[in-house]
Design a protein around this ligand. Structure first.
Ligand code: NAD
Ligand code: DAU
Length: 350
């Protein structure tokens, strides 16, 4: 592949930082502009080791700020070849506590980026979307590219709204777009509000492990490295206007994951505390990956057992990364959210 100029938005978050690390390794001659607002979820420390790379540049800014985004694009020395949009408010529970930021970033932000790519008259826009736009599955079946969207939470509704904008800009304005929809990611640098890092860190600190409802909800877990490889494949080889679904082929219940982490980290499952369910909690996600296997030659490479072992080890070895996060804002969020989820069958306090 030739040298490319790419804007990665949300590159200081979990998946975005893993994607930039992949680019630096696999596409070392590309110019990378990382545009990130550094919200609570953005962390420059996620890119340690990358900052000195000659093709890498960081700009702090908000994709929901129309004037700022326009100014940034018009100040570029050349039009970009690619925009990959990771920037988002990404946590379902926070979208229940306060949905407004989700509309601003996940909907208005995408509108601003699409308009800038349209104004360039060239360049491919890849929207990093989610399987949550499909809503919830029962015990059988799987989502695919042809599944109608039917989101349940403020987060997934905002992501679905963005996907509709992307499709409209493709159909009406002929902007070159790709949408990727992926299942639940895990791996290093994931903010400890999400299930896997939260359980590892709580277990490490011998704190209660809050399992929503019965713990029987199912997610299809994919290692972040596989998701990033899928995004790169779709970016370079995907057909304009298409949707590509990625999943890890690793369905597990939340209780299975929590017990595994509890045993591995604390040597006991006694810390598990069942709490009231998340309002509107989707029951099950699973992805049919026939299309990406056939058209992109992509398949998940990381077996779940290897990935989870490596992820637990990474968090245990990188307390210097997560300890500073467990302060002011995080503790306020934790107390507010978990404070309202009363323990159910097992008792104990959070
Ligand atoms: P994250 O919350 O870890 O990171 C989000 C990043 O976006 C942060 O660096 C944050 O500072 C930045 N950001 C937020 N609002 C911004 C704004 N207005 N302007 C600029 N930057 C802003 O999220 P993640 O888990 O890495 O998810 C990245 C993307 O992938 C999201 O779009 C999410 O919807 C999607 N996705 C996530 C998963 C998953 O399992 N985590 C699965 C499928 C899709
Ligand atoms: O499916 C892709 C989506 O996966 C992404 O689009 C989202 O950005 C990402 O946050 C994730 O959403 P989930 O809601 O599935 O992930 P979360 O880690 O918040 O929760 C995973 C499951 O674990 C879910 O069924 C809720 C449950 N859970 C979560 C937390 C934080 C608990 O039981 N206890 C908890 O404390």
């Amino acid at each position: 592949m030739g040298k490319k100029y790419i804007i990665v938005t949300g590159g200081c978050g979990f998946i975005g930082s893993n994607f930039i690390r992949l680019l630096v390794k696999e596409r070392p001659d590309w110019s990378i502009l990382n545009l990130d607002a550094l919200t609570y979820a953005g962390n420059l420390d996620n890119l340690r080791g990358v900052q000195g790379h000659p093709g890498y540049r960081f700009v702090r800014g908000d994709i929901a700020n129309e004037a700022f985004v326009r100014q940034l694009f018009s100040s570029l020395e050349a039009p970009v070849d690619y925009v990959v949009n990771f920037a988002a408010e990404s946590h379902v529970d926070r979208s229940i506590l306060g949905p407004k930021a989700f509309i601003e970033t996940n909907v208005n932000g995408v509108f601003n980026l699409l308009e800038c790519v349209r104004a360039q008259g060239k360049g491919r826009f890849l929207q990093v979307s989610t399987d949550e736009v499909f809503g919830s599955l029962g015990d059988e079946g799987a989502f695919s590219e042809t599944t109608p969207i039917d989101p349940s939470s403020p987060y997934s509704a905002s992501k679905a709204a963005a996907d509709l904008l992307v499709n409209a800009w493709s159909h009406t304005f002929k902007v070159d777009t790709i949408i990727t929809r992926c299942s639940n990611n895990y791996g290093s640098y994931q903010f400890p509000e999400k299930l896997i890092p939260l359980m590892i860190i709580n277990a490490r600190q011998r704190k209660p492990l809050p399992v929503y409802g019965t713990g029987q909800n199912v997610r299809d877990w994919i290692h972040v490295s596989d998701h990033c490889l899928g995004i790169l494949a779709a970016l370079e080889r995907g057909v304009s206007g298409q949707v590509y679904c990625f999943g890890g082929q690793a369905e597990r219940t939340n209780l299975f994951i929590t017990e595994l982490i509890a045993q591995t980290v604390a040597g006991t499952t006694d810390l598990i505390t069942f709490v009231n369910d998340r309002p509107g909690h989707d029951w099950r996600y699973a992805m049919d990956i026939t299309k990406v296997r056939a058209e992109l030659g992509w398949t998940p490479l990381m077996p779940f057992e290897d990935g989870i072992r490596a992820t637990v080890a990474w968090y245990l070895e990188n307390e210097d990364w997560w300890k500073p996060i467990l302060s002011g804002d995080y503790l306020a969020y934790y107390d507010k959210w978990y404070g309202q989820l009363a323990p159910t069958t097992k008792g104990g306090s959070l």
